[in-house]
Design a protein. Structure first.
Length: 298
């Protein structure tokens, strides 16, 4: 598959994007999470570009080759969402399909809540709605224990120092221990290390966590998500309890929830074929014919 790379000016910064597929195809935008970058979606980029979609996978702000503004407040969720809003508007399409995993899913949830007019469909992988996450942390000791690392990331400089040990060995171990054996190949880990060693990248990546405590429930409308939503959830996620998936679906007017009993947090890697099939069916109900797909049915 042929990719093109761009540095797109949005919201006062530049986002590095990898794009594939016909320029006039319906747009599907993929948002990665921590500690990945656009490459975390490479199996999806190839699949949907081959089906005739215009696929866009950015490095989100602070990651890999995108700009890394200074300061924690530069990574407040409203700024992260505005990056995506401006990227969508640059496509020239009135609406797109938005897919998010991990932190990318948080941004995707909020984009759907604050700017539903920009989306045809929303696809979420293994992250609850932010309101559900906040409520669960207050009520569930089990989830609070699983989220210990987010508290550790609030510390200045120490997380970065530890993560750099032995050529990012702690980060590699974290990926491997939280996924099924063999999920991340040597070639994948090499590419991740290249992304992590970009100047300022580790601090910028961690600043997403450091900025989240400033996120207020007042920024949530309390209304249900009106965009049709597909939630895909690996039950073996070591960091997030599966009960939050149904609670998130309950915050949507129209939601489909699909569990993967034997998958972890890293669904798009471990179950790429099934994830691709389910997303394709959700956004193009007419089927997989290899031709340019119509815009999703409302």
């Amino acid at each position: 598959m042929e990719y093109t790379e761009h540095l797109r000016p949005v919201n006062g910064i530049r986002l590095h994007t990898v794009e594939a597929g016909p320029i006039n195809g319906p747009v599907i935008l993929f948002l990665h999470g921590f500690p990945e970058f656009w490459y975390g979606w490479h199996r999806q980029v190839d699949h949907f570009a081959a089906l005739g979609y215009r696929v866009i996978a950015p490095d989100q702000r602070g990651y890999h080759l995108s700009d890394k503004p200074k300061g924690v407040r530069a990574y407040a969720v409203d700024r992260l969402v505005q990056d995506v809003v401006e990227l969508i508007r640059q496509t020239g399409e009135p609406k797109v399909t938005l897919v998010g995993h991990d932190w990318g899913a948080i941004v995707a949830w909020l984009t759907a809540e604050w700017h539903p007019e920009l989306l045809h469909r929303l696809v979420i992988l293994n992250v609850p709605h932010p309101a559900v996450m906040k409520q669960t942390l207050r009520k569930s000791l089990r989830q609070l224990r699983k989220s210990w690392y987010a508290g550790f990331f609030q510390l200045p400089w120490l997380p970065e120092k530890l993560m750099r040990i032995s050529h990012f060995a702690p980060m590699v171990r974290s990926l491997q221990s939280s996924s099924r054996p063999g999920t991340f190949r040597k070639v994948d880990l090499h590419r991740y290390r290249e992304a992590w060693r970009q100047p300022g990248a580790l601090t910028a990546m961690l600043n997403w966590y450091r900025a989240f405590p400033f996120f207020s429930n007042d920024q949530l409308s309390g209304k249900k998500i009106t965009v049709p939503v597909l939630i895909l959830w690996g039950v073996q996620d070591v960091a997030l309890i599966p009960e939050m998936a149904q609670a998130s679906a309950d915050r949507c007017e129209r939601a489909i929830l699909h569990y993967f009993e034997d998958a972890t947090h890293w669904l798009q890697h471990e179950k790429s074929a099934e994830v691709n099939r389910l997303i394709t069916k959700f956004i193009a109900p007419t089927g997989e014919n290899g031709k340019r797909m119509p815009h999703p049915i409302e």
